[in-house]
Design a binder for this molecule. Structure first.
Ligand code: UFG
Length: 349
């Protein structure tokens, strides 16, 4: 196994949340692109085993620390130790439902981690920051597809998780005013799904999944009895909710494409990471049936509170400015998800 060294072509990239679903895929693509990732994670919703698998996939030893970004002193130690070139911040709590029950925890964690990272950037003169944001900041769409000019109205966001992302975006915009020499990129993810094509890493929610695709996948492997379809009376072609599902590897590659903007001193930039195409809940169930070769039982239920009928991206800006478009189609998302879930029915355990 090669030890990735700091004098490699590119630089150290700190990845808070690097053992999580998106973060671990970013770590792989960073290595592939010649950067040296440093994964830090408090492992509250991730597993050490994930980074071992990342080492297996990349053939590289990954620098990693079990650190909570709320612990400023421990974070400072990392900045003292490594000359960090950029940060890709994937560290956040992300369960919409849980955030309604535990707003203080969500605000403290998601905003606190960001503030500590920004504090370290000031202290250690780090200028490049990439933030994992979410399409949730748009609130209820006034028009579709959602482009980056669509208004973001905090009051219209129905849960503390989404509001924490909205507040973080504002903190970053204000920070840019005070530090015009910094580069800050907000990446608004739509619905990341799928898994690495090796089937070695993928989404591993603790407890019952909140999101559709990991939920369906657990039904297929028999961990859950059936899928609940939340709402069949939406104003959509088949009555079920429509979302812009995007392969997690495409999301990770979007980060690498965005990192190139740092080299041209981009300042503040905002990009959607989506495919531009929406699929309904029923279409997603069918697609995973096709990938797994199994019939998936489901029940039609009432709407989930706070859900929207249709959400999908206009990904044109990322195509124009980053030269990035999502490459992987729905079949590939489902085949890769199925490979991960069937090889690891109990996740990383
Ligand atoms: N759904 C079901 N059954 C389930 C879970 C979901 O029918 O068991 C439906 C939802 O009603 C929705 C669609 O599947 O129509 C997708 O739901 P997800 O929970 O997978 O995703 P959301 O679009 O609700 O939320 C996702 C992320 C959030 C993010 C948001 C941004 O989970 O973190 O996109 O738009 F804020």
């Amino acid at each position: 196994m090669t030890e990735v060294s700091g004098d490699q072509k590119k630089q150290y990239v700190l990845v808070p949340g690097g053992a999580g679903f998106i973060g671990s895929h970013c770590v792989i693509e960073l290595v592939t692109a010649g950067y040296t990732p440093i994964a830090v994670d408090n492992e509250c919703n991730s597993s050490r085993e994930c980074l071992k698998r990342v080492e297996q996939i990349t053939g590289c030893k990954i620098i990693s620390y079990k650190i909570d970004c709320l612990d400023l002193e421990s974070l400072r130690d990392i900045f003292k130790k490594y000359p960090i070139y950029a940060i890709i911040n994937c560290a956040a709590l992300k369960s919409v439902g849980e955030s309604v029950q535990k707003p203080i925890l969500y605000y403290k964690n998601n905003i606190g981690c960001l503030l500590n990272l920004l504090t370290c950037m000031e202290e250690f003169n780090v200028k490049n920051f990439l933030f994992s944001s979410s399409a949730t900041v748009y609130g209820t769409p006034k028009y579709l597809p959602l482009d980056e000019k669509h208004p973001c109205i905090g009051d219209a966001i129905t849960n503390p998780y989404g509001k924490s992302k909205y507040i973080c975006e504002h903190i970053l915009k204000d920070t840019m005013v005070a530090h015009p020499e910094w580069n800050i990129i907000l990446l608004r993810y739509f619905n990341p799904v799928g898994a690495h094509k090796t089937g070695l890493i993928g989404e591993n929610p603790i407890g019952k999944p909140n999101n559709l695709m990991p939920y369906i996948a657990q039904v297929v492997v028999g961990r859950l009895p059936y899928v609940n379809i939340f709402g069949t009376d939406y104003n959509t072609p088949d009555g079920t909710g429509v979302r812009d599902y995007i392969h997690v590897v495409d999301v990770a590659m979007g980060h690498i494409a965005a990192m190139k903007q740092f080299e041209i001193n981009c300042g503040l930039k905002i990009y959607n990471l989506g495919t531009g195409k929406g699929y309904s809940v029923r279409e997603m169930i069918k697609a995973l049936e096709k990938a797994s070769g199994k019939t998936i039982p489901y029940k039609e239920c009432s709407r989930r509170s706070g859900d929207l009928a249709t959400v999908y991206a206009d990904p044109t800006l990322a195509a124009q400015e980053l030269g990035w478009t999502a490459q992987r189609n729905l079949d590939e998302m489902c085949e890769d998800l199925w490979r991960w879930q069937s090889n690891n029915p109990n996740g990383f355990q």
